[in-house]
Design a protein around this ligand. Structure first.
Ligand code: GLU
Length: 418
């Protein structure tokens, strides 16, 4: 498909919604409510750079739905951010929170920026000004940001501090993914990758696939990709290929993710890791393997390459890596796709634990958090998979149906105001 007629992530999210809504026979009025975001804020704001110049930036915060609870979702800093992308990501957050049955709606934010060349001070200025611009929407009961692509604990601390300064007191529950010393939760930084590995373990059990030495490919080596690789390695998987924005590496005998992380601390990239062949991100996706974890950006597995992608399990660490056309091809080829809204829900699940701990100012130990996370991920996997097998539909469709049912029920119960 050419770039010109490539679907936007929002069109994809709506197509996925329509498929599920049609299958479940959802009422027209609910379809009209749920297939669009509730609220969208665009902000244009200036930031003073270190050389004294002022640069203008554009950012967004979109709340797709807040029927089951406050808006919840990350903030990403990336040059490719667009309103359509943020809308899709916000909608996926609504379904994600509903699939794992935590009392949140869905939201997402983003700033169009490549943060890599920014100094720490510029990054802080940008974050504090963006936080101020979106502050009318943000609050522990209203909308709770978290890290996403290119954002981290420090950025969550600045966001939280900025809004706390406006309110005149500490408001730790208004962001999650914070540093531990500021009301962050144990286990939060590993939670998404840990959750990915829990769903892979359940999927493998269902397929009777032995994960010992199972060839495994991970696309992306940010927070989600790196922790997924570590946890899958712990489960016995053999990580044969890994990539980052600079390219990929392949070694059929296996790559030790611990050693790779040490290498990255020195060189800042996976490429040039010794003993491996170089592969492009496209080649990496098509490598023969049992488990493939796309943990980078949207629309990686499309109608153009899906037929050549034949692992037993695709575990979507990223949001939106697979297009609907690719979904149809993968389903026909018997590839089990554990969809993003289930597979990577470990992050927001521990965000929920963090929010609960902040609100009650009482903190749990890491074992408690990991145990609770496992319970949530395993039971959600089974609820989705049982539904998928009963109706012979892809897991994504089953997950969407389950999620939409929950949000639709809450909407009917609350009624339409006024
Ligand atoms: N950005 C993560 C996601 O896409 C985490 C969101 C959160 O914890 O609120 O699920």
């Amino acid at each position: 498909m050419s770039q010109a007629n490539k679907k936007t992530p929002y069109e994809i999210a709506q197509e996925q919604f329509d498929l599920a809504a049609e299958f479940m026979g959802l009422e027209e009025d609910l379809r009209a409510i749920l297939r669009v975001p509730k609220r969208e804020l665009t902000v244009n704001f200036p930031v003073r750079m270190d050389d004294g110049t002022v640069r203008s930036f554009t950012g967004y915060r979109v709340q797709h739905n807040t029927t089951r609870g406050p808006g919840k979702g990350g903030i990403r800093y990336h040059p490719g951010v667009s309103l359509d992308e943020v809308r899709a990501l916000a909608m996926w957050m609504t379904w994600k929170c509903a699939v794992v049955n935590i009392p949140f709606g869905g939201a997402k934010g983003g700033v169009i920026v490549d943060p890599t060349p920014l100094s720490l001070r510029e990054l802080e200025n940008l974050t504090r000004r963006y936080a101020t611009e979106i502050s009318p929407l943000i609050g522990a009961d209203g909308d709770i940001p978290a890290p996403d692509v290119n954002t981290n604990q420090q950025i969550m601390a600045w966001l939280m501090d900025t809004i706390s300064m406006h309110h005149g007191h500490l408001e730790s529950a208004i962001t999650t993914g914070k540093p531990l010393g500021l009301g962050g939760s144990l286990g939060r930084s590993d939670a998404t990758g840990r959750g990915v590995s829990f769903t892979v373990a359940q999927a493998a059990k269902f397929l009777e696939l032995d994960l010992d030495d199972a060839p495994t490919v991970v696309q992306g080596f940010g927070n989600v990709g790196s922790v997924s690789a570590l946890m899958l390695h712990e489960l016995g998987c053999k990580i044969i290929a890994i990539s980052d924005v600079n390219g990929g590496i392949y070694n059929p005998n296996g790559i030790d993710p611990h050693a790779l992380i040490k290498h990255i601390k020195r060189t800042r990239t996976v490429v040039d890791y010794p003993g491996c062949d170089r592969v492009t991100n496209d080649e990496l996706l098509e490598l023969k393997c049992d488990v493939l974890v796309p943990a980078a950006l949207e629309e990686q597995i499309t109608g153009a390459n899906a037929d050549r992608i034949r692992p037993k399990i695709i575990a979507e660490g990223a949001n939106g890596p697979t297009t609907p056309e690719a979904d149809r091809i993968l389903f026909a080829n018997n590839v089990m796709v554990v969809p993003d809204i289930l597979c990577n829900a470990g992050g927001v699940t521990v965000s929920y634990f963090e929010w609960v701990q902040d609100l009650q100012s009482f903190f749990w130990d890491e074992d408690e958090i990991n145990k609770r996370l496992k319970l949530v991920m395993d039971s959600s996997f089974h609820a989705v998979n049982d539904r998928a097998q009963a109706h012979r539909i892809p897991l994504r469709q089953a997950a969407n149906i389950l999620a939409i049912e929950r949000v639709a029920e809450a909407t009917r119960l609350r009624g339409i105001y006024p």
